[in-house]
Design a protein around this ligand. Sequence first.
Ligand code: NAP
Length: 241
Amino acid sequence: MQTGRTVIITGASQGIGATIANSFLDRGYNVVATSRRVTQTSEIKSSEKLVRVDGDIADPATAQRVVDAALAGFGRIDALVNNAGIFVAKPFLDYTLEDYRRLASTNLEGFIHLTQLAVRQMLKQKSGGSIVSITTPLVNHPIAGLNASVAMATKGGIEAMSKNIALEYAKDGIRVNTVAPGVVDTPLHKDNPRDFLNTLSPMPGISAPQEIADAVLFLTEAPRITGEVLNVDGGAHFGKW
Ligand SMILES: NC(=O)c1ccc[n+]([C@@H]2O[C@H](COP(=O)([O-])OP(=O)(O)OC[C@H]3O[C@@H](n4cnc5c(N)ncnc54)[C@H](OP(=O)(O)O)[C@@H]3O)[C@@H](O)[C@H]2O)c1
C-alpha cells in the first residue's frame, strides 16, 4: 500500500531499527533513517523514499539535521520511531558515572531532542501523528541474574515520558506508545550464549526483529491507541515463571 506518510527511525543501521526501516518502506512510507553510521549499512534496502542521516542521537544537532532532512525530502513528519539505544548490564554497585552519562545521553536525551522537534512539527501540521519508542519489560519486571538497574532508569524514563506526552497531546491527535521487546535476535546479543537467552521468557525461544517491527507498525497506524506499552516478549512481563 502506498501512502504519502513520512516516518523517522533512529538506530536504523542494524538489528531492530533496520528491520523497522525496511517494514515501513515496504508499506510505502517515506523513511528518514538515522544512526551514527547509517549511510554505511547495507541492511536497509535502497529506495527513492529513503533518506539517511548520520549522527550521534545524543547530540541535539543530530535531531535538527534529521528533521531538516525529513522536511527537505518529504515536506512533513507523520511518525517517529525512537529505537536507538544502548544496554549496559552490571550489578548496581559496579555502575560508573560514565556508564550513567552514556546511557542517559543516548537513551533519554536522544529521545527528548528528537521527540520535541517531531511533536513541534506535528502540531504545525495539525493532522496528528505517532511516536513509538522501544523499551523493555525489564523496566517493571527485572529478571534475577540480569542486573540492569541504571539502564532501566533510562528505559523507564522513556516509558514515563511517553505516557505523560501521550496525555499532553491527546487532544492534538498525537499518539505516543512504546513497544517492550523481550530478547530479540540482533547484534546486541552477539556475545550472549543462546542457551541463557532462551531462559529469559516463559515461552521458549527469542524474538525475530520482524516481530518488533510488526508491533511498531501496528501502533503507528492504530487510530485510537495511545499511552500503551505493547510487550512482545514471550510472556516475560509476567515477572515470574
Ligand atoms: N535486542 C534485544 O533483545 C532488545 C530487547 C529489548 C529492547 N531492545 C531495544 O531495542 C533497540 C534496538 O536494539 P537492537 O537489539 O537492534 O540493538 P543493536 O543491534 O545494538 O542496534 C542499536 C542501533 O542503535 C544505534 N545507536 C547506538 N548508539 C547510538 C548513538 N549514540 N547515536 C545514534 N545511534 C545509535 C546503532 O547504530 P550506529 O552504531 O550506526 O550508531 C544501531 O543501529 C534498543 O533501544 C534496545 O535497547 C533490544
